[in-house]
Write a protein that binds this ligand. Structure first.
Ligand SMILES: Nc1nc2c(ncn2[C@@H]2O[C@H](COP(=O)(O)OP(=O)(O)OP(=O)(O)O)[C@@H](O)[C@H]2O)c(=O)[nH]1
Ligand SMILES: [Mg+2]
Length: 343
């Protein structure tokens, strides 16, 4: 198609279009992480990419945006910006909000990090409104729609002990049943409270995998718009609306499942490397077009969840399970763990 258009143009115009296309193609993919001070933004980047951004146990730490760059062999770049945290003081906030606004404009995806063990959403919602209202009307939808919410420090939510599944020298952490249930409820609660106030600006998008998914279905159903290759939904898709639509249009079930996923928040922990691949998937799902396929080259999700057994020993309130036998090696804190040697 592009070739056909180019053949109709003068050589100068053709070169200008090709140059612009190349610039767009080679532009780095930009992800920025924002949120309240101390929620663990820098720690999350450190865990995702094995870097060493400075963190602090009790006082605001990151003062200037800091960038981590990943490069593919063919020279494509992903920039990951760690932003200062808001909520330190009104003076600092005024400065940081300006920084946020500039970064929002330049970013393809934003991660808004919130502490899992919080139940107040006022600060986050007020900060988001402050940003939205300070933007021109035509930038608001873009900001809200490219923001993914992540609950950090999931390991601080403990109803029953976490489980470390040991396999050789590494372990993978998982919550026990009650803790998982609570984390799921928190995720639903935060998704509703953080996303729904911005429904008028939020547009969720997903791709159409197979034309059969949308064949014969009217192009507009309430908030849902079916295009030729992609689908959009205005506002947050609630589980209830999802279920109603799915019942009426079973062929749309894959599309609706993807939209529902984009209507949620993910929870993770940098400390125990829990759900880090999910964080990367959340980011990938917010990226539009071919860039989303390229994003996958940056992340080898396979090892992202692994914690060395030596580190596992430093955690308490755990059940430690041997992966091969599912034997419980150790139950709850205080004593050194025994790791079974593989036969
Ligand atoms: N338990 C637990 N603590 C964490 C986790 N991630 C970070 N922390 C701790 O939370 C504190 C703050 O972490 P930072 O990464 O500095 O937080 P930040 O959001 O970058 O803070 P600012 O730079 O001030 O905005 C540090 O003591 C971290 O060790 C986590 O997943 N679990
Ligand atoms: Mg920081």
């Amino acid at each position: 198609m592009l070739d056909k258009i180019l053949s109709l143009l003068t050589p100068e115009k053709k070169k200008a279009i090709q140059d612009q296309y190349r610039i767009e193609e080679n532009k780095p993919l930009v992800v920025s992480i924002m949120g309240q001070t101390g929620v663990g933004k820098s720690s999350l980047i450190n865990s995702l990419f094995n870097v060493s951004f400075e963190t602090h146990d009790f006082k605001p730490c990151t003062k200037e945006p800091e960038k981590h760059i990943l490069r593919t062999d063919d020279g494509f770049e992903l920039w990951f910006w760690d932003m200062p945290g808001i909520g330190e003081s009104s003076e600092a906030d005024s400065e940081y909000i300006e920084m946020y606004k500039a970064k929002i404009r330049d970013s393809d995806v934003l991660i808004w990090a919130v502490h899992s063990d919080s139940r107040s959403v006022t600060f986050e919602v007020d900060s988001l409104w402050r940003l939205v209202r300070s933007m021109p009307e035509d930038e608001r939808g873009n900001f809200i729609s490219k923001t993914a919410f992540i609950l950090t420090k999931a390991d601080t939510v403990v109803l029953d002990p976490w489980i470390a599944q040991v396999d050789g020298k590494n372990a993978i952490f998982a919550p026990s049943a009650k803790t998982q249930e609570l984390l799921e409820s928190k995720a639903d609660y935060f998704a509703e409270k953080l996303m729904s106030p911005f429904n008028e600006y939020l547009i969720l998008r997903t791709f159409i995998k197979d034309p059969a998914e949308t064949d014969g279905i009217e192009p507009e159903i309430g908030n849902l718009r079916l295009g030729r290759r992609s689908v959009s939904y205005k506002g947050r898709l609630t589980r209830q609306d999802h279920d109603t639509l799915k019942e009426r249009y079973p062929n749309l079930s894959g599309i609706l499942a993807r939209l529902l996923k984009n209507s949620g928040v993910a929870y993770c922990s940098s400390r125990i490397r829990f759900n880090l691949p999910k964080v990367m998937t959340m980011i990938a799902d917010r990226i539009e077009g071919p860039a989303s396929a390229r994003f996958k080259h940056f992340v080898s999700k396979a090892n992202m969840n692994l914690v060395s057994v030596d580190r596992v020993k430093s955690f308490s309130n755990l059940i430690i399970i041997d992966k091969s036998s599912t034997d419980i090696l150790f139950d709850v804190s205080g004593v050194k763990i025994r790791v079974k040697k593989k036969n």
